[in-house]
Ligand binder design. Sequence first.
Ligand SMILES: [Zn+2]
Length: 227
Amino acid sequence: LLLIAVSLVLAALLAVATGNLSIPDRLNPWAPLDIDEPPNFLTEYKLARLAGDGARCRSLLAGADLRHAPIADRDNGGGCFFKDAVQFSGTGISYGGNLILTCRMAVAMAMFERHVLQPAAQAHFQQPVVGLQHFGSYACRNVYGRKTGRLSQHAWANAIDIAAFRLRDGRIVSVAQDWQGTGAGAQFLRQTRQGACRFFKVVLSPDYNAAHRDHFHFDLARYSVCR
Ligand SMILES: [Zn+2]
């Protein structure tokens, strides 16, 4: 019986892989990621797979109407480099200038905005986020900017530090000012932090340590932290 079950599963997978059986793209591990689709159990796998496929990643960005410009791969020495990166200037919301981010990070940011950030803003403030304040993305430095130790994900443009969000009515919700407390700002920030963990491998907030008291750190490292 087990053999029959295994055979059936293999046959089904083969049929999907060869295109003989059609299932929705969101449930098909071979189908490309779709930024508009709500995340599910395959999203993390599909995002990870983009790491080896720069062309597919850039086509996703183009299709999703994200403001970005290509940037050549560059080795900056000391182990710092970026590959398959873009100059990302935002989506519907303003990032206040260009950021160098790996293409995969840009895709993850777009998905985070659509599926986490804007729904949270609507839920707590009944209006969208229109701007974002950040402390940068690419930086050739070690973790916490220490003289020694391992390189930060920022050294590969694979991370972003976000300090605050600007709502349509002009209100600024900042990690430094609003994280502590019980108001709408704190609830919005906590929901945003939690939701970000569905798209980023590492999400660090003031709960993690004092170095993150005034910003969220998102990155796409190989290991997971959500705190
Ligand atoms: Zn950071």
